[in-house]
Design a protein around this ligand. Sequence first.
Ligand code: FAD
Length: 470
Amino acid sequence: MHESPITADYVIKGAGAVGMAFADSIFTETDATMVIVDRHDRPGGHWNDAYPFVRLHQPSSSYGVNSAPLGTGATDTIGLNAGYEELASGQEVLSHFDLVMSQTFLPSGRVHYFPMSEIDDEGVVTSLLSGERFHVEAGRFVDGTHSAMSVPSTTAPTYTVSPEMTCVAVNELSRRAPTFDEFVVIGAGKTGMDACIWLLNNGADPSQVKWIVPRDSWVLNRGNVQFGEAHFARLCKSIADQAEAAALSDSIDEVFSRLEGAGEISRLDPNVEPGAYHCAILSDAEMTQLRSVGEIVRLGRVVAIHADRMELKRGEIPTSQNVLHVDCSAAGIPSHPETTIFDGDRITLQWVRTCQPTFSAALIGFVESAFDDDETKNRLCAPIMPPTVPFDMLRVLRVNLANRSAWNNYPNIGDWMTRSRLEGFSKLAQTQLAVDPKAADHLERYLSHVASAMANLDKLLAKSDGGVPQ
Ligand SMILES: Cc1cc2nc3c(=O)[nH]c(=O)nc-3n(C[C@H](O)[C@H](O)[C@H](O)COP(=O)(O)OP(=O)(O)OC[C@H]3O[C@@H](n4cnc5c(N)ncnc54)[C@H](O)[C@@H]3O)c2cc1C
């Protein structure tokens, strides 16, 4: 261990999207110094381990750090995202964080970055290569790993695989696919969806693709999360529809049916009740593509891949050595319980807006810089545990509405949101509400429902068992 510790105002554990977005706000809003430590050799967290064809599923304009653009702001004109704002590739996301680190943070002299290093909760940093250790003394310890991802390339599957069978992480799909006749995609999260869409888009016949779907998911409609002027009325309609459904429904079932009717959420098969919700976002064209998959297997999770059959929780299906089994079963976002965000000398980064990890971390950074006491900061930043089951959609909507209402009481937050690249709505509202009467009507509808939405959600959530909607 080095004799003298390194000192900084903040030490940040994790240079993933969340750690970087927080650091960027502190960098922009204050003169503070920071130490950032990460096990990876580049910033960007799980994007370093992602499959080659990964893309954001939300527009690039609302992901990354606040102070630097991601992408060009273009609208796609071809493909399954045509008509919608561009979706950065994994490489673009990595390059975005890399440039922020190498061109902004490090040249300033205010940020020290230790890649390929691990930090423990006492602030001891250990190099993963040399084993050298030193201590960081910081005003605040920032945990950027609370919502860290698990992805297939770094997470072993929980099922067993006979040695003669081929089962690869999704990262291997494009390299291995040409030598197989059939494909079984294992896992129904966004990664499994991406694998099916990649196969169909690259020429596989739908009859060659089987998809193991242990639980169907509700997915969000990408058309409702666009941040260009032309889409502003639809964005306002979306928030108004959510508040209205929450305010006027007599049961949790009714909220889902109103949201589905309004085009807010959709599912693979209208006859199958979803058992999962993870904020996956699809365009209508992607959903149509997924519905064409040759066979959807709903027999629960895979237990084992034997030489001639796959054993699942509730049954078996045949398989063979001509089949490429594609593992997409990693959990994604782990569901650690929420914890207080600002707590003495510790900040634990979590979502404060639904499905918006980088906006959330950037806002927490701003609140840290703009307010003095933890009580106020925590009042403005109620944590949102990422959703896993459909019921969670309403739980997170409730906290989302409350946080949004709390922010409305502080002009400095309103001003920051208007300047924020990651917050599409406030900027557009400034210019568009005056010239877009449809948008203004929807916003009025939102405002007329928001208070009763929160009260009704409290009632509905208290009555529910917290599981799948009854
Ligand atoms: C395929 C895929 C697509 C996605 N698309 C979107 C999208 O379009 N929009 C969206 O909002 N979200 C998306 N997400 C989710 C989103 O990326 C994550 O919520 C967010 O980026 C996670 O970032 P993170 O910083 O919390 O975690 P991570 O990316 O997991 O980063 C955590 C970092 O902490 C480091 N670390 C952990 N422990 C230590 C330690 N002790 N010492 C040092 N370092 C440590 C790790 O090395 C890692 O680099 C996607 C996720 C996946 C898997």
